[in-house]
Design a protein around this ligand. Structure first.
Ligand code: SF4
Length: 464
């Protein structure tokens, strides 16, 4: 797999996070509203693509979500930039609005339009039929972006497009790239992105792509592949050194950050040795995490970890293919407490096989293992997940309803009410409030609670 040589012409390219009526995240497997943290992600994929394009093309990143820009303002930006090519990130819950925005842009601009993301990859053929979409980029968007910008159609990989009225789909070479340039964060106004809780500017850093697990609700194996493609530790360290010039905080946006203990220990070791002054958070799995790792991470600047505990019922855990035990979740949260790391537990309600009893068990389990924060989701059948294939006949495919707070099933119990109950039962406890005061102090609690209260009261405003 090779990047094309120097392009024939220099283009004006906008890398776009399209507008939506509220704050949303479109980044890899993450396709959701800002929710309890009221925080959007710095656009990692756009900044990574930009790092490959900027040397040869005039490249601009435009995040209409962070800019809180609507379509008509966006059209002006596109016109003023003399845009030749737009590469847009799209997602399942926002796809209807994304396409409307792109159709509108096409009607008022000569720019070619490409889309990428999990949804775009899954529905590439259907999307390329739309006359305002010129390219669909499949899976990793970096290489296809460079190829379409070079306008050389001979060696395309990972692109769907039209040729003489026919749809051509050129799959990505299975030997995908695994070394990525440092994202072009200097093209992003990082003041607009604040890490949860601390409220400081931050960036995302990826250490790997892909996941060998097969959790039914997850799109990572489909989108990034089942083989993990690691970056070398020294590369990540170089990137951390570079981003520490812009920000104090990093979110390691790696789906399985703690999968390889030797890698994590080596990275933490290097961060300490190089005295990189950065604080960070990451995702983990409860079965690929232990005390030695936690202590090393804490010493290297880690302060918060997310775990997918998913369910409080072992049979449901087994059915969804998570391959963890309740005891492992208990232990992971306990380790965080012992080491002094803030923990977030993620719980999913409404997997196939769920009953009133198992829902109650999950809410009870969240209180029992008691991570510092908990997030509750309705099992969401994103295209690309096994769950989507299982339930697609039974659900209404209104894409805006494929979201964590909407019940798309007909199981005979109200998952939205269960989710509301879960949040209230988890957070509205004297023990929890005292813990927050101890952890963050009154001033911080006050700042945090405005978004939390907004989030919790949204359930009351939308009781259906
Ligand atoms: S462990 Fe499961 S949820 Fe996590 S990235 Fe892999 S497949 Fe997705």
């Amino acid at each position: 797999m090779e990047f094309p040589e120097k392009p024939y012409i220099t283009l004006n390219i906008i890398l776009l996070n399209p507008p939506y009526y509220c704050k949303v995240v479109r980044e890899g497997r993450c396709q959701h509203e800002a929710a309890i943290w009221d925080s959007v992600y710095p656009p990692l994929s756009l900044a990574t693509i930009a790092s490959y394009l900027r040397d040869e093309h005039n490249t601009k990143i435009f995040d209409a979500i962070a800019e809180e820009t609507d379509v008509s303002a966006l059209v002006k930006v596109i016109k003023n930039f003399g845009t030749d090519l737009i590469i847009a990130s799209v997602s399942t819950p926002t796809i209807t609005e994304d396409l409307q925005a792109l159709e509108h842009i096409k009607s008022s601009s000569h720019a070619k339009i490409a889309v990428f993301g999990v949804h775009a990859t899954y529905f590439a053929k259907a999307l390329i039929e739309e006359n305002y979409i010129d390219y669909v980029l499949l899976n990793d968007p970096e290489l296809p972006s460079v190829q379409i910008a070079s306008e050389r159609m001979d060696n395309l990989e990972g692109v769907a497009y039209k040729e003489d009225g026919n749809i051509v789909v050129r799959p990505l070479n299975p030997k995908r790239i695994s070394q990525f340039k440092i994202p072009a964060w200097d093209l992003v106004d990082l003041k607009k992105y604040k890490i949860p809780i601390k409220g400081k500017s931050y960036v995302l850093v990826s250490t790997a792509r892909g996941c060998p697990y097969d959790c039914s609700f997850c799109v990572v194996p489909y989108y990034y592949g089942k083989k993990i493609r690691y970056r070398e530790v020294y590369e990540v360290v170089e990137e951390l050194k570079a981003v520490s010039k812009y920000v104090d905080e990093v979110f390691f946006h790696t789906d399985l950050f703690t999968f390889r203990k030797d890698y994590v220990l080596e990275l933490c070791d290097q961060i300490r040795k190089e005295q990189i002054n950065i604080q960070w958070i990451c995702n983990s799995r409860v079965d690929t995490f232990d005390k030695e790792m936690a202590e090393s991470m804490k010493a290297a600047g880690c302060w918060m970890i997310s775990f997918g505990a998913e369910s409080g019922n072992q049979d449901i855990l087994d059915l969804c293919g998570k391959k963890i035990t309740l005891e492992q979740s208990r232990r992971a949260i306990q380790i965080c407490r012992e080491v002094g790391l803030i923990s977030i537990g993620h719980f999913v309600l409404g997997f196939p096989g769920e009953t009133h009893e198992t829902l109650k068990q999950t809410i009870q389990f969240s209180r029992e293992i008691d991570p510092d924060f908990a997030e509750f989701y309705i099992a969401t059948p994103f295209p690309g997940s096994r769950l989507f294939e299982t339930v697609r006949q039974d659900i209404s495919l209104a894409w805006e309803n494929i979201r964590y707070d909407h019940d798309p099933y007909n199981y005979g119990f109200d998952l939205e009410k269960s989710r509301t109950r879960a949040y209230f039962r988890f957070y509205l406890r004297p023990k929890k409030i005292l813990r927050f005061i101890r952890l963050f102090g009154f001033k911080k609690i006050f700042a945090m609670s405005s978004s939390a209260i907004r989030f919790l009261t949204s359930f009351m405003r939308n009781p259906d």
